[in-house]
Write a protein that binds this ligand. Structure first.
Ligand SMILES: Nc1ncnc2c1ncn2[C@@H]1O[C@H](COP(=O)(O)OP(=O)(O)OP(=O)(O)O)[C@@H](O)[C@H]1O
Length: 595
């Protein structure tokens, strides 16, 4: 069953406005506040740390004034005060950092878990439109960005804001004139920073997007290595890789270059402000308008004042890149899951009576894939779907399994509209044996048990015996405990099919879906598979997508699909007698292979 990725909708570069950014910060804040108590403690330590940071220069100035103007008899007390301030400054800095790492790791862990849970519940149509590697990068790059920002930026931002506020209050109290001089550079800093961060924000988002696309491409080219080599497409792959890689380099280059301007601009303005304070402060001190201690405090504050601004600017970039990452994560979390659209109820037992009543469906709004399909299947019947490639056979199965919902008409199982049956109970009653067998990294036993997780070892082996898989499994060095790698290269295509039949037997479904289960397989294994399938099909409603017509001659019903329409239906004999499209298919194909 191939559910094709027809269009990879490239999401336009997220035009995230300030209000969207604010919303994302709010959501991140919400995520963070699950460790509220610890976070409040960190905030408290940030506050203490900022107060101590403001007190340091003030105390240095006071110490100088005490020596110059009061004779310095209490110098020991001042020095003790300085040791206390700077020691606790370091301790609080360490603790806030330590706890923030704890909070951020926990938050990212929970976010990652939610993302994974959510992805499991998303409808198949969501995956049709996305590259797998691009989705992967939301787990890796985007999460890393969020994590590193929470680790450092949160502290820096809070601490900078508090330090700025505290410093400003003390500065105004000490000397309003010197405060104005220190603040002269702030508007230039503010507007310069705004301009650059607007630009870099866009560039960072672009960088994240291209990185996701590149990851997707790399993932595709690794999983498709066999085909790439078989068709000698290495050079084209390389060219496309370079194109994507260059695009990423370009975006990264400009993002880093522009963001690199910020500290340089800050430094320049910082030095300017420092020189002005030294010059004007010196003149004022000479005339006795301010004390030497105040001037020293101010030169230190001038540095201290621009440092948090500098820090804010730097952290702003990291923050923007994390917001871009978080947006991409929230974007998935906001996508409706299958359950959210599911008003169906759980059904205990399904007998397997299936009715398609004038069903129409299209993947894309522009063209119809299935048109007015109408048929009825009794429980336990074997139904074959035949027709040219792209006719819509797989789509009919997709609709029956509620991977997609039909646009008009209705599908009934045991007389009940499947919209009223929950997806999970519907799928629990179905078993799939597909052409592309998907085996997980794990033992053979675990792979068979995937059909029913609570099955005992005996039940697993019994299912393997019924599926004719037991003898080949026992010939493997570790038998049922043989570990299969992700792509199960150690076993043949036919053996994979047998395992997937064992899996379906274990599931004991009322409705069975077979998709070309016996193509590309040697005759001996094919016989084994046919035999196993016969066992499996007994007493179950079976839908078989068949390309080789001689395998379905005994079907109770054959549905002939062409261009999305059900054009003929009946038994093999009746369809041959009708001499219609099926007759043509059957007689004009030597191998009876039509798809
Ligand atoms: N996820 C999808 N998004 C958009 N179009 C799709 C999607 N899956 C299938 N299609 C299109 O729908 C039509 C029917 O496809 P479907 O897979 O049902 O045909 P099929 O009869 O099973 O073909 P085959 O025998 O080759 O598997 C085709 O034109 C196909 O390109």
């Amino acid at each position: 069953m191939n559910i094709r990725r027809i269009s990879q909708q490239r999401s336009p570069l997220a035009q995230n406005t300030s209000s969207q950014r604010f919303q994302t910060i709010q959501r991140l804040w919400k995520e963070l506040s699950k460790k509220r108590a610890l976070f409040l403690l960190v905030l408290f330590f940030i506050l203490i740390n900022a107060v101590l940071g403001v007190m340091g220069p003030l105390l240095i100035g006071k110490t100088v004034d005490h020596i110059v103007y009061d004779g310095g008899d209490k110098i020991g007390l001042f020095l003790l005060g300085l040791v206390f301030v700077y020691l606790f400054y370091s301790i609080t800095a360490f603790l806030q950092n330590y706890w923030m790492i704890n909070i951020s790791q926990d938050t990212v862990y929970r976010l990652r878990r939610r993302l994974f849970e959510h992805i499991q519940l998303l409808p198949i149509s969501f995956f049709d439109r996305r590259q797998h590697g691009e989705l992967m990068s939301r787990f890796t790059n985007d999460m890393d960005n969020v994590s590193s920002t929470l680790n450092s930026s949160v502290i820096h931002i809070f601490s900078s804001v508090l330090t700025l506020g505290g410093t400003l209050v003390v500065m105004v109290r000490l000397s309003p004139l010197l405060t104005v001089i220190t603040l002269l550079v702030v508007p230039i800093m503010f507007f310069g920073m705004r301009w650059i961060t607007n630009l870099t924000g866009k560039l960072f988002r672009e960088q994240q997007k291209y990185l996701g696309e590149l990851n997707g491409y790399i993932e595709e080219s690794i999983s498709g290595q066999k085909i790439i080599k078989a068709y000698s497409r290495e050079e084209e792959m390389m060219e496309q890789f370079l194109e994507k890689s260059k695009r990423l380099r370009e975006a990264g280059y400009w993002a880093q270059t522009y963001s690199g301007f910020i500290p340089k601009l800050m430094n320049l303005l910082n030095n300017f402000s420092f020189a002005m304070i030294a010059l004007i402060g010196g003149i004022l001190a000479m005339h006795g308008s301010v004390s030497i201690g105040v001037m020293i405090t101010f030169t230190e504050y001038a540095r201290q004042f621009t440092r948090p601004l500098n820090e804010l600017a730097n952290q702003f970039n990291t923050l923007l890149s994390a917001i871009a990452g978080a947006e991409r994560v929230f974007d998935i979390l906001d996508t409706k899951t299958e359950d959210e659209n599911d008003s169906g109820e759980d059904v205990e037992h399904i007998r397997g009576e299936v009715t398609f009543s004038h069903v129409s469906f299209s993947y894309e709004k522009s063209d119809s894939t299935i048109m007015d399909v109408h048929f009825h299947v009794n429980p336990g019947e074997m139904v074959a779907l035949v027709g040219p490639t792209g006719a819509g056979k797989t789509t009919i199965i997709n609709l029956l399994s509620r991977f997609y919902d039909c646009d008009s008409g209705a599908i009934f199982i045991d007389g009940k509209n499947i919209q009223q049956i929950s997806r999970s109970s519907l799928r629990k009653s179905m078993g799939f044996v597909l052409q592309d067998v998907f085996l997980f990294e794990g033992t053979i036993r675990e792979n068979i048990r995937y059909g029913r997780l609570d099955a005992t070892d005996e039940e697993v082996e019994e299912a393997a015996k019924q599926a004719n898989a037991h003898s080949f499994i026992m010939r493997l060095p570790q038998g049922y405990d043989t570990v299969l790698s992700g792509d199960a290269t150690g076993i043949s295509q036919g053996q994979k099919q047998l395992l997937s039949i064992a899996r379906a037997i274990l599931r004991n479904p009322s409705i069975l879906i077979l998709d070309e289960a016996t193509s590309n397989i040697d005759t001996v294994t094919e016989l084994k598979i046919q035999e196993a399938l016969k066992q499996l099909m007994k007493g179950r409603t079976t839908f078989c997508i068949a390309h080789r017509l001689n395998t379905i001659r005994h079907a109770d019903q054959i549905l002939v699909i062409k261009d999305g329409k059900l054009i003929e239906k009946g038994t093999h004999e009746s369809l041959i007698q009708t001499r219609g499209f099926y007759y043509d298919l059957y007689t004009h194909s030597d191998q009876k292979d039509v798809g």
